[in-house]
Design a protein around this ligand. Structure first.
Ligand code: AMP
Length: 209
C-alpha cells in the first residue's frame, strides 16, 4: 500500500517543490488544494451558501476558500489515490478534523521557515506558465532569455496579499501544526536549508514512516 504523507508549512515554505519531488520518487499522488483551486478559480460555488460566488474572490484576497469547497476536492482526490502526499490542506482545525474522519496518515512533516524568509521568497517568486517551473527574481532566474521574458507572478504573490496570507496562516493554520505537535506525530524539518538538503530530510522521514 502507498504511504499517506501530510506536508505542512507556511505559504512559501517549499511545500509545492518538496511534494512534487516526493510524489515522483515515492510514486505517490500529489494532492494539492492550491493547484486544484487555481485550475477552477471561476467555478460557480454560489449554491454552497458561501459569501462569494467563485474561489477567485477568496484567493486573490489571500483568504481561505470555504471548507465545504476544499473538503469536497480533497475527499474526491484521496478516494482516487493509493499513496499520496497532501499539500496545502488542512489549513484550519475544522479541515484537520474532516481529514481525520476520511483517512489515516503515516507521517506529518512540517517545513520550518522564518517569516522574513517567507516574505522574500513569495514576493520574488515567478512562474514559467509553459513548464510550471518556479524561479526567483533574486536567487534563481533562468539563463534562457526567452524563458525569463515569459515568467509571470502568481496573482496572490503581491506584497499586500502575501502579508494577508501569512496573517491567515498564523491565525488558522498554526493551530493545525500545534494539533499534530500535541499528538506527538509532527516531524519538524529545517526549511531554510538548500532544496536538496530539505529533500534529504523529507525523504529520510518518509522512508522510515
Ligand atoms: P496555495 O497554493 O496552497 O498557497 O493556495 C493558494 C490559495 O488557495 C490560498 O491562499 C487559499 O485562498 C486557497 N486555498 C488553498 N488551499 C486551501 C485550503 N485547504 N483551504 C482554504 N483555502 C485554500
Amino acid at each position: 500500500m502507498g504511504k499517506h504523507i501530510l506536508l505542512l508549512g507556511a505559504p512559501g515554505a517549499g511545500k509545492g517543490t518538496q511534494s512534487k519531488r516526493l510524489a515522483e520518487e515515492f510514486d505517490l499522488e500529489h494532492v494539492t488544494t492550491g493547484d486544484a483551486l487555481r485550475a477552477n478559480k471561476d467555478m460557480d460555488i454560489g449554491h454552497m451558501d458561501t459569501e462569494f460566488d467563485t474561489p477567485r474572490a477568496y484567493m486573490d484576497a489571500g483568504e481561505l476558500v470555504p471548507d465545504e469547497v476544499v473538503n469536497e476536492i480533497v475527499k474526491e482526490a484521496l478516494s482516487n489515490a493509493d499513496g499520496y502526499v497532501l499539500d496545502g490542506y488542512p489549513r484550519n482545525i475544522d479541515q484537520a478534523e474532516y481529514l481525520t474522519s476520511i483517512t489515516d496518515l503515516d507521517a506529518v512533516l512540517y517545513l520550518d521557515v522564518s517569516e522574513e524568509e517567507l516574505v522574500r521568497r513569495l514576493t520574488g517568486r515567478r512562474l514559467d506558465p509553459e513548464t510550471d517551473e518556479i524561479y526567483h527574481t533574486e536567487f534563481d532566474m533562468p539563463d534562457d532569455e526567452e524563458v525569463r521574458e515569459r515568467l509571470v507572478q502568481r496573482d496572490d504573490d503581491t506584497e499586500e496579499t502575501v502579508r494577508e496570507r501569512l496573517r491567515v496562516y498564523e491565525e488558522n493554520t498554526e493551530p493545525v501544526v500545534e494539533h499534530y505537535r500535541d499528538e506527538g506525530v509532527l516531524v519538524e524539518i529545517d526549511g531554510e536549508q538548500s532544496p536538496d538538503d530539505v529533500f534529504e530530510d523529507v525523504a529520510d522521514t518518509v522512508d522510515s514512516a
